[in-house]
Design a protein around this ligand. Structure first.
Ligand SMILES: [Zn+2]
Length: 194
């Protein structure tokens, strides 16, 4: 005779909570198309103390990246590509919490790395085509350009790293899927009901 099976209590998750999101699915943050996220830092899960950044994310299917490259090569494609982006593109508007430390990192990106990118780029252009370009001996101009190029690339990586919050993996007609939220932040979210 088999043992009586213990009864299982099923606790329903409050409908408003799972219905409204946000949710997690593995390492992805899942949101609706317009959402104010919990007021915790997306990078480290510390309290954001009321601070949030408003961001609009645009997503188009990956194959459209090839169109962007094609447009760089052949400019007359631009209107055609813009129409495709308009038709296929989906956007999501999010309010994202940030703690004091990560807010500082972001400000550093905009006020240190970005100007450094622009100054390096200006240095390269001035050395190559500016009024002094003819007076600079060419080996020296090459060294200046090489150093400026390395600084520009490093500063650009620093800028992207310090200012990017979430990276959209897909945005469809109802939800957005994003990479970039820390594990502790995702751990406090319900699983996406799929
Ligand atoms: Zn933080």
């Amino acid at each position: 005779m088999s043992e009586p099976q213990p009864s299982v209590l099923i606790y329903a998750t409050p409908a408003e909570y799972t219905k409204g999101g946000p949710w997690r699915k593995e390492d992805l943050l899942i949101t609706t198309r317009s959402m104010s996220l919990p007021n915790r830092c997306i990078k480290c899960n510390k309290p954001a103390n009321g601070f949030s950044v408003k961001k609009r994310y645009l997503y188009t299917p990956e194959w459209t990246n090839a169109l962007v490259v094609a447009t760089f090569i052949f400019w007359p494609l631009l209107p055609f590509v813009m129409v495709i982006f308009y038709v296929l593109g989906k956007s999501a508007r999010l309010e994202i919490g940030l703690c004091t430390d990560h807010r500082r990192v972001r400000i550093h990106g905009y006020f240190f790395y970005l100007p450094l990118v622009l100054v390096s780029l200006a240095g390269i252009l001035i050395a190559l085509i500016g009024p002094a370009s003819e007076r600079i001996s060419s080996p020296l101009a090459l060294v200046v350009c090489g150093v400026a190029f390395v600084v520009m690339v490093a500063a650009f990586i620093g800028f992207v790293y310090s200012t990017s919050l979430l990276q959209p993996q897909r945005i469809d007609k109802s939800h957005g899927r994003f990479r970039g939220a820390c594990d502790a932040y995702l751990d406090e979210l319900p699983e996406f009901p799929s």
